[in-house]
Design a binder for this molecule. Structure first.
Ligand code: NAD
Ligand code: ZN
Length: 244
């Protein structure tokens, strides 16, 4: 299913860039938004309404309730073979950079040291007043933690440290990802529908700069035409087969 020439090309690559989306976590049990099934709805609100910048202003408590629910689901889930393979690649390639649209923290949980989290992380809160962040990892499932969390530095209210609909991506993270896309010789596009920008634009940057772009996805996506090849299948089955 994977061409030998593709395996060779990847094995001999010096600079590798990978862009991942919700599909890389699907085999861990994290629901994707677009691939299969209708839109996610939380208490009657579509996900792009409850996960929006306006909602932080209108109803911060509801935003916390939604992200607390999602964190509760994620707490039980483990990285899959796609995450662990990509974590190994960080050690094996000369230059390996991974940028993810996922906020689930599963790349880091698999041991990847340097993850560019384009859309932030569900495991952190950020102060609305002074911008400092704090980890939510230590909060235990059973107890009811303070909501919204209070900033230890200025006493301000905190919000989830994720990029919501209608918000900009963290500029320094996007910049590092764009640099890596620009200098890579092989670019992987894994488990993303490729419709959310500017994240999807990273594959376009890599292609324009001359990289060989390999998509891994069971379905065709908005980026399939741009890719040099699409390997149809589940990320957790395909990635380990490269045997880097
Ligand atoms: N895990 C998470 O943190 C998570 C989950 C859902 C959505 N989101 C957010 O929603 C947006 C969704 O965009 P997106 O493109 O990441 O996701 P998406 O839901 O739009 O698309 C998921 C893609 O993954 C593919 N897919 C499904 N199972 C797969 C598998 N086993 N292996 C490989 N591919 C598989 C689907 O065919 C689809 O193309 C992002 O902005 C992201 O921040 C995050
Ligand atoms: Zn503060």
């Amino acid at each position: 299913m994977i061409r030998e020439s593709t395996v060779e090309r990847v094995r001999s690559a010096k600079n590798v860039f990978a862009l991942t989306g919700a599909g890389v976590s699907a085999e861990s049990g994290v629901p994707t938004f677009r691939g299969g099934g209708g839109a996610t709805v939380w208490k009657g609100m579509p996900f792009d309404v409850i996960s929006s910048a306006q909602m932080v202003e209108r109803d911060l408590a509801a935003v916390w309730e939604w992200f607390d629910y999602r964190r509760g689901v994620l707490r039980e889930l483990k990285p899959n073979a796609a995450h662990t393979t990509l974590a190994e690649w960080e050690e094996k390639f000369n230059d390996f950079t991974l940028a993810t649209q996922n906020i689930d923290g599963l790349h880091a949980a698999a041991g990847l040291k340097d993850v560019l989290e384009l859309h932030g992380t569900i495991w952190q809160a950020r102060c609305l007043a002074c911008d400092r962040s704090k980890s939510l990892r230590d909060e235990r499932g059973g107890e009811q933690p303070q909501r919204p969390p209070v900033c230890g530095t200025c006493g301000g209210e905190m919000r989830p440290d994720v990029v919501l609909f209608g918000e900009m991506l963290p500029a320094n993270v996007l910049e590092r990802a764009a640099e890596a896309a620009e200098r890579c010789d092989v670019c992987f596009v894994i488990g993303t529908s490729g419709v959310v920008y500017p994240a999807a634009g990273l594959a376009e940057i890599a292609k324009r700069a001359g990289a060989y772009v390999i998509e891994i996805n069971p379905e065709r996506t908005a980026l399939s035409d741009l890719c040099d090849e699409t390997i149809k299948g589940q990320a957790g089955e395909i990635l380990p087969r490269f045997q880097i």
